[in-house]
Write a protein that binds this ligand. Structure first.
Ligand code: NDP
Length: 399
């Protein structure tokens, strides 16, 4: 069918590459392009028996001109951005210049401010529309599948959804005292930022990790969950009819939070550059360099993730509660693609989002969040490509 240019060669990219190769009738050719060429070549080597033709390239995705020449020479049908959120805008600029579709898994963040907002990417709406190309934003799990679940709940079960609790549990154990499951810099920026929730038309900010509950997750059991700000709340607040309240919850162990607190207290999570022996370094980037590489956690991680959403609203005048979730096993993911479940649950939806656009199932010119498309073909593909979902109409509630 077509060609995809995959930018990035980290934990998530590795899963995207495996899954594109599993789906070689859609992805007949892929190019893996990243800053470090050897990582792209290693991925290519792992999949050398695939039917999908794989090439690799070195690219600095902070540089739009470099991206444009790569896109012009490779001529992909879509660019799958699984580098870091800092590169979203340069990659979108290159897609615009070459009129190629775009998909990512995380919203743009400026390097010097830990701020998660769609405004920078939504500002491209008219330009993408005029160019006749699609930008699909946030096609990971959260954001991503959580938006597809929301569109599905809205389409099939509710007249109006009034509240959404997004619940992200990771009960995986990698055996290290402290490590993050995806890029440590992005992960720690997200967790140490202020929390927030949406209520009655506005966002209410909270102190970082100041709101805690305990939730009994199917197949995982009781876990401490903490309220965080998360980017999909911003688009769901606009796209879900009748919505009054949205909260995002993530599990953290006491051990993880104690380590994080100490690192924060000594200044290691700061993104403000400091002078160190005559050169400027960013403490958080230094911390990233000493922490385990998330891609190396795969063979060590045991246990499961459970990510899903609880919806409350009305159907035919009656109150309705609906919970939909996916349970993913770290060891099963590793056995299948050599990655732990966090990379897996992000990489599979990134491939599916790209497939939706490439096959024309999702065809609209402009910049869109994932819940703005028909969820049904994506939901089928989740079952087919390794992220089956389960439903309950009588779940335990958060409060
Ligand atoms: P990694 O750090 O493992 O990989 C990032 C990759 O991007 C690396 O190969 C890195 O290259 C490459 N890269 C970074 N900067 C550049 C650049 N300027 N030019 C070219 N390549 C670059 O991250 P993950 O795979 O864990 O995460 C990838 C993305 O997925 C992130 O944006 C993250 O926020 C998102 N994510 C989304 C989730 C969701 O559910 N929506 C959940 C988890 C992650 P190098 O090897 O040289 O450093």
């Amino acid at each position: 069918m077509g060609k995809a240019l995959i930018i990035g060669a980290g934990g998530v990219a590795s899963v995207v590459v495996h899954k594109c190769c599993e789906n070689s009738e859609v992805f007949t050719e892929i190019c893996i392009a990243s800053r470090t060429l050897s990582k792209c070549d290693e991925l290519k080597e792992k999949l050398k028996y695939s039917k999908t033709k794989i090439t690799t390239a070195q690219v600095n995705a902070d540089n739009t001109d470099e991206l444009i020449s790569l896109i012009e020479s490779y001529k992909p049908d879509i660019v799958i951005n699984v580098a870091l959120p800092y590169q979203d805008l340069t990659i979108m600029d290159a897609c615009l210049a070459t009129k190629v579709n775009y998909v990512d898994t995380a919203n743009y963040e400026p390097l010097d401010t830990a701020k998660f907002e769609y405004k920078w990417q939504w500002a491209y709406r008219e330009k993408f529309k005029e160019a006749g190309i699609t930008a699909l934003l946030g096609s990971g799990f959260d954001p991503g599948v959580t938006g597809v679940f929301s569109a599905y709940a809205q389409k099939h079960y509710f007249d109006e959804i009034h509240s959404i609790d997004i619940l992200d549990a990771n009960a995986g154990d990698h055996g290290y005292p402290f490590a993050t499951n995806f890029n440590p810099e992005i992960n720690i920026r997200e967790i140490t930022a202020n929390g927030s929730y949406f209520e009655n038309g506005k966002f209410i900010e909270t102190e970082p990790l100041s709101i805690k509950r305990v939730y009994n997750f199917p197949e995982i059991g009781n876990k401490d969950i903490y309220l965080l700000h998360h980017e999909e709340m911003e688009s769901l607040a606009l796209n879900i009819k009748g919505i009054q309240k949205i909260r995002f919850w993530m599990t953290f162990s006491e051990k993880y939070l104690t380590h994080l607190k100490v690192l924060e207290n000594v200044g290691m999570t700061s993104i403000v550059p400091i002078d160190f022996e005559g050169r400027q370094i960013v403490p958080l980037q230094f911390l990233k360099a000493v922490l385990p590489d998330p891609a190396s956690l795969g063979p060590r991680t045991k246990g499961k993730t459970n990510i899903g959403c609880i919806y409350q609203g009305v159907k035919n005048g009656k109150d309705l509660t609906y919970y939909i979730y996916n349970v993913c096993d770290h060891e099963a993911c590793y056995a299948e693609v050599g990655s732990q479940a966090i990379s897996y649950t992000t990489g599979v939806p990134a491939m599916i989002g790209a497939m939706m656009v490439m096959t024309g199932k999702w065809k609209k010119a402009g910049v869109f969040n994932i819940e703005e498309f028909d969820p049904d073909p994506f939901m089928d593909a989740l079952n087919r490509f390794g992220l089956p979902w389960q439903e309950s109409f009588n779940p335990e509630l958060v409060d």
